[in-house]
Design a protein around this ligand. Structure first.
Ligand SMILES: NC(=O)c1ccc[n+]([C@@H]2O[C@H](COP(=O)([O-])OP(=O)(O)OC[C@H]3O[C@@H](n4cnc5c(N)ncnc54)[C@H](OP(=O)(O)O)[C@@H]3O)[C@@H](O)[C@H]2O)c1
Length: 237
């Protein structure tokens, strides 16, 4: 599938999986729009990828309805939309503040919900949303399980209602991205090492591996309404 001439919007492109997807798409002839909530980080990314060609940076904050409306309007007609952007709070049901759980839901569920609703899709457009394997395998963070499950339900509902626009959900297991930089170094390393030993794939996922799958799913004309696991075998470990 060619990306030439296609408009490709990534919301949450400045690090992790979104950054890897931007690097993969850049230079393949698409009109690439990279977005996140941070003007500085968007400017840094567009600077880094400038040599690859048709690239625009946009500030879109998934927790701010006005920002989403303005960003989606400015994006114009979209062929491919990926939304790996989110900032979620981790914590057990008893420990996580309700306000933090609600803010996580806003960022990872309602933000993408509104962005898709306000997108102007071309006739054969495709969308990739992101959940996480905590949707089906609780990890001691009930809010996260609920949010990821909600994203997966949204993907199925949208695939049904927006057809022939295709909508799929990418469901990663543990991936070694900057998302984990919130953990103290020792703890992050220990978590990754334990996962490496536990997972049937015997390594922790990389942003590039998830980005490659995301691009394949976005471009495959027969895929819609699915939740695609990429977790190193975490569900069967
Ligand atoms: N990494 C994992 O182990 C893992 C596992 C399961 C599921 N996932 C899910 O996969 C997705 C991508 O994960 P990741 O590891 O790549 O995350 P990440 O490294 O934390 O990157 C998140 C991206 O989202 C952007 N972002 C955060 N809040 C935003 C907002 N309000 N509006 C717009 N952009 C926002 C950030 O950019 P700025 O700071 O510049 O705004 C950043 O580019 C997330 O939904 C995550 O929950 C990840």
């Amino acid at each position: 599938m060619s990306l030439a001439g296609k408009r490709f919007l990534i919301i949450g492109a400045t690090q992790g999986i979104g950054r890897a997807l931007a690097a993969l798409v850049a230079g393949q002839g698409a009109d690439l729009i990279v977005a996140s909530r941070s003007p500085e980080r968007v400017a840094k990314l567009t600077g880094e990828l400038a040599a690859t060609g048709r690239l625009t940076g946009k500030v879109i904050d998934l927790t701010d309805p006005a920002s989403i409306s303005a960003g989606m309007k400015a994006a114009g007609k979209i062929d491919h939309l990926a939304i790996p952007g989110s900032a979620v709070a981790f914590g057990s049901f008893r420990e996580l503040d309700v306000a933090d759980a609600m803010a996580s839901m806003l960022s990872k569920f309602w933000g993408p919900y509104q962005a898709v609703r306000e997108a102007d899709f071309s006739a054969r457009a495709s969308v990739a949303l992101f959940s996480g394997s905590a949707s089906r395998k609780p990890i001691g963070a009930a809010a996260l399980t609920a949010i990821n499950s909600a994203v997966e339900g949204l993907g199925r509902g949208l695939a049904h209602e927006l057809a022939p626009v295709r909508v799929n959900v990418i469901c990663p297991g543990l991936v070694d991205t900057e998302m984990w930089s919130r953990l103290p170094n020792g703890q992050r390393g220990e978590m990754m090492e334990q996962a490496r030993r536990r997972l049937p794939a015997r390594h922790v996922g990389t942003a590039r591996e998830i980005a490659e799958l995301t691009l394949a799913v976005l471009l495959n004309p027969y895929m819609t309404g699915t939740v695609v696991d990429i977790d190193g075998g975490g569900q069967v470990a």
